[in-house]
Design a protein around this ligand. Structure first.
Ligand code: SF4
Length: 388
């Protein structure tokens, strides 16, 4: 079996081993450069850490002390004392509470290329944070120790929005990224942090599965400067069996993001034999072009065996190249290959004259020629957020 390569989107799981149970203030040590971890001291792990528990924004009270969470398409109907499917929202005495406000379980300084966002402030870094929990249950999840955990089972630190913003400034990050797990399920924390960030001139991005209810979507993604959506497949069956969710709400999210004018990029993790047929990829590309336009960047990422799909091999590079050719052939302008460092399809080429415009090597920008959102050779438009 091929050796497992380090996946590009994965944080060091949880917090560094230096963490000790404490409520003390986090200290960011960025001396190691990109990918270094905020050295955080963990919370006590008690589910009764009241500092993390805040009434939810998106829910309705029902008869008999029940509540309905209206944040994501699951619309969990919860009796008193029960948590939603995400494991981080709970009915307490007839009201719904989030258990992960300011409960940060991972913090790193990452290049935006690692998210990946290729048309958003290239070469910049993002102060990247996560809280425990997710509202889907992908069988290939590389961050399952955080995403599928209850918050009290994960070492975490109390980091309120003001502290997050201060740490971002301290580490010279122009952007805060909500990433690694699913930011939707921590919406109250994400919203408040984004508001404080913008008041202080810091941008915000979300790395998300797009599985949000349309009524909550503007409040959450509306506060982001850019969004990367993991579109896991283009089939209901895959979403049902492998993601444990639904495709339709994610497609609706993508359409809504483009309508809102949010800079959006799509990642499609190509899993051998499960979502990599020519038929599915052709349908995917045609849907994107018809509903989102041909300029939305599409990243085909290499799968590495993990969690409950550890029995599958890594995606062959030839499969990624085939997927890219299909999408290009259907008229998508910017199609990238991810998790294969130094592959030529990491670069941005002008869709009008085919010249090389942004040369990447892993997370590093080697050459960046785009100016005023245009190709310097043919002056064709190159959409994106290319500078602060
Ligand atoms: S966010 Fe959590 S509690 Fe709310 S509907 Fe979705 S899975 Fe259920």
């Amino acid at each position: 079996m091929a050796a497992k390569s380090p996946p590009r989107q994965t944080p060091q799981t949880g917090l560094p081993s230096s963490c000790a149970p404490s409520q003390s203030v986090a200290v960011l040590d960025n001396s190691a450069g990109f990918g270094s971890s905020a050295r955080l001291k963990s919370s006590s792990g008690s589910s009764e850490d009241s500092q993390f528990i805040v009434e939810a924004r998106f829910y309705r009270k029902l008869p008999n002390g029940r509540v309905r969470c209206t944040l994501c398409p699951r619309q969990c109907n919860l009796r008193e004392g029960v948590r939603g499917d995400c494991g981080v929202r709970e009915n307490r005495r007839g009201s719904l509470y989030t258990l992960v406000h300011s409960r940060v379980c991972a913090a790193h300084v990452d290049p935006v290329e690692k998210k990946p966002l290729f048309h958003y402030m290239p070469g910049s870094v993002a102060f990247s944070i996560a809280t425990a929990g997710c509202n889907v249950h992908c069988r290939f999840c590389q961050n399952w120790e955080l995403s599928q955990a209850r918050p009290e089972d994960v070492p975490s630190q109390y980091l309120p929005p003001e502290k997050i913003v201060a740490l971002a400034r301290q580490s010279n990050c122009p952007t805060i990224a909500f990433t690694y797990t699913e930011p939707i399920v921590a919406s109250e924390f994400v919203i408040e942090t984004a508001d404080v960030a913008h008041q202080n001139g810091i941008h915000t991005i979300a790395i998300s599965n797009g599985y949000i209810h349309k009524n909550a979507l503007p409040s959450v993604y509306g506060r982001m400067d850019a969004v990367k959506i993991d579109l896991k497949a283009f089939s209901d069956a895959y979403y049902y069996k492998v993601v444990i969710g639904q495709l339709k709400p994610v497609l609706e999210t993508l359409v809504a993001l483009v309508s809102l004018g949010k800079w959006t990029e799509i990642v499609y993790l190509l899993v051998p034999t499960l979502n990599d047929s020519d038929k599915e990829l052709t349908a995917l590309a045609r849907w994107i072009k018809a509903n989102l336009g041909h300029d939305i960047p599409l990243h085909f990422s290499q799968f590495f065996p993990d969690y409950r799909l550890a029995y599958l091999p890594p995606t062959p590079v030839a499969s990624l190249e085939r997927a890219r050719q299909i999408a290009l052939g259907e008229g998508i302008h910017f199609v990238y290959i991810g998790n294969v460092p130094r592959h030529p399809a990491e670069n941005t080429y002008c869709p009008h004259c085919s010249r090389l415009l942004v040369q990447r090597s892993g997370y590093e920008i080697r050459q960046m020629l785009i100016a005023d959102n245009a190709c310097p050779y043919c002056h064709g438009a190159i959409p994106g957020v290319w500078s602060d």
